[in-house]
Design a protein around this ligand. Sequence first.
Ligand SMILES: Cc1cc2nc3c(=O)[nH]c(=O)nc-3n(C[C@H](O)[C@H](O)[C@H](O)COP(=O)(O)O)c2cc1C
Length: 184
Amino acid sequence: MGLLSDGINEVIATTAFNAAPMGIICRNELIRMGIFAGSHTAQNIERDRWVVANIVHDPVLYVQTAFTDLNRDAFIEEKVNGTVMVRLAKAEAWAAFEAVIERRGTESMAIRLHLLKEDVLSPLVHPINRGFNSIIDATVHGTRYVISRGPELKKMINYHAGIVRKCGGKREIEALELLMKHIE
Ligand SMILES: Cc1cc2nc3c(=O)[nH]c(=O)nc-3n(C[C@H](O)[C@H](O)[C@H](O)COP(=O)(O)O)c2cc1C
């Protein structure tokens, strides 16, 4: 399994010059993704059959990539097995995968991943911060809330916003303000 660990790894996936937070599921030695069919990530995987999992700890980057596009200079090209793939310039580590589409539904796609190459660039340690974790949770709910406007989602976002305010550092607070602007 390499860099990723058992369970769901909330990484920032790069496909072509596109980045979005995605869950990569590692269970029973198999690596998979489940992707909403309308996303750029799904379209790019369908065309190019690769994805790079970027490991980063910048909460602002999670919010930005969930809701907007990054400039080209946020990406770096890497040649993997003869194919030019793209990772985030800010990645602390990255893992490149071949992507095989297992199932296509009208709303989602199931993808099987095969590890091709991985690299650790800046092995920093990150003390656990509940504010960071809550930014990830609130952003997941936020990406659904902008579609459905469900009041239960808003409740969960508000719950996580409270934890971010209590436990987060400056970067988490900045990420929260950005998230709130996007979901208004
Ligand atoms: C932490 C996190 C994990 C996410 N995991 C997934 C996922 O596994 N599959 C998916 O389709 N969307 C997932 N999303 C939502 C996408 O990031 C979101 O829909 C994004 O706008 C897609 O961008 P794209 O169109 O550039 O691919 C996740 C969001 C967050 C914040």
